[in-house]
Design a protein around this ligand. Structure first.
Ligand code: CIZ
Length: 304
């Protein structure tokens, strides 16, 4: 393992590459990364940094966003099979049809979607800024929210807006039920509950904080609590424990919230990717230009 890490670091230097890893990736991948974070933060970093080669350890839609925002760079996804069950639930053709039925509506698309779907959208959002993005749209305008019905329902609850929800959900977050939460609360009565907004409304209702992965760090920082139950993909426990070694973090339902796509990339895959400079993620220019507009509109929305 030590030799492999040395070799990755040597190749990284030779290629002037940077390794980005999502918060849900396994510990050894987060540890070798230059930057860890959520999908949008990483894509913005990909565009901001000078490195001509980006090794993106995450899933396909994330690497696509990086390729859209940094079209002049080589974005490599070490395992092409890393997909997203939620992103697969929306397709551009069906969204075009929905738009025709509601021509006045603004389409707000969660970044967990394909480039084709983003290209059909007016504006993108993340789990951290979805409420502000919707508030940036004129109050009288109807909204179509794609593809996560749970995040969409959370936005409806926060904003009171008239929103048509696409019928999609993250299979990992949607599988957590209120009964799982109540069981975890009984096991850890002193702990605060942090829930990702991709969870069901009956689950987010029980939360002390509803947070994107990025916002979970701030929630903990601003809290005086010692213990936290975390309802999101289990990979998130590692960076939380690293950032706050004096606090205790419990998975909401041990071994239940594990996304297989987020666990696919190994150190050997990163080594191969750097060595062969493949597989490269590309997005057709016409699609990328339209998707970039939706992403840039989102980036222009003030955070708070
Ligand atoms: O957008 C992301 O990175 C995901 C999948 C979750 C989050 O809340 O950061």
């Amino acid at each position: 393992m030590h030799d492999l890490i040395t070799s990755i670091n040597r190749l990284k230097k030779e290629r002037q590459a940077i390794i980005l890893a999502h918060n849900y990736e396994p510990p050894e991948i987060q540890d070798i990364a230059d930057i860890t974070g959520d999908s949008l933060g990483l894509s913005v970093d990909a565009a901001r940094l000078d490195n001509p080669v980006i090794v993106f350890c995450g899933v396909r839609f994330m690497a696509e966003s990086a390729a859209i925002l940094a079209p002049e760079k080589k974005v490599i996804l070490p395992r092409l099979e890393c997909g997203c069950g939620l992103a697969d639930m929306a397709d551009a053709k069906a969204l075009r049809k929905m738009r025709q039925e509601k021509p006045e509506a603004a389409v707000v698309t969660y970044v967990n979607s394909s480039a084709d779907v983003k290209a059909e959208s007016d504006i993108c959002c993340t789990s951290g800024n979805a409420v502000n993005v919707v508030r940036s749209i004129p109050a009288e305008q109807e909204i179509i929210f794609v593809p996560d019905r749970n995040l969409g329902a959370y936005v409806v609850e926060q904003t009171g807006r008239r929103i048509t929800l696409w019928d999609g959900a993250c299979p990992i977050h949607d599988a957590i039920l209120a009964t799982d939460i109540l069981k975890a609360k009984r096991a850890h009565p002193e702990a605060l509950l942090i829930v990702h907004p991709e969870c069901r409304p009956e689950v987010t209702k029980l939360a002390d904080g509803v947070c994107s992965t990025g916002d979970m760090f701030d929630f903990v920082l601003q809290s005086s609590a010692k213990e936290f139950i975390v309802a999101t993909e289990e990979g998130m426990l590692y960076p939380l424990r690293k950032a706050h070694p004096e606090r205790i973090f419990y998975p909401v339902a041990p071994n239940a919230m594990i996304c297989p796509d987020m666990k696919m990339i190994s150190l050997q895959d990163i080594h191969n990717a750097l060595s062969n400079q493949r597989p490269i993620i590309t997005v057709e220019k016409e699609v990328a230009d339209r998707a970039r507009l939706a992403l840039e509109r989102m980036l222009a929305v003030p955070r708070n």
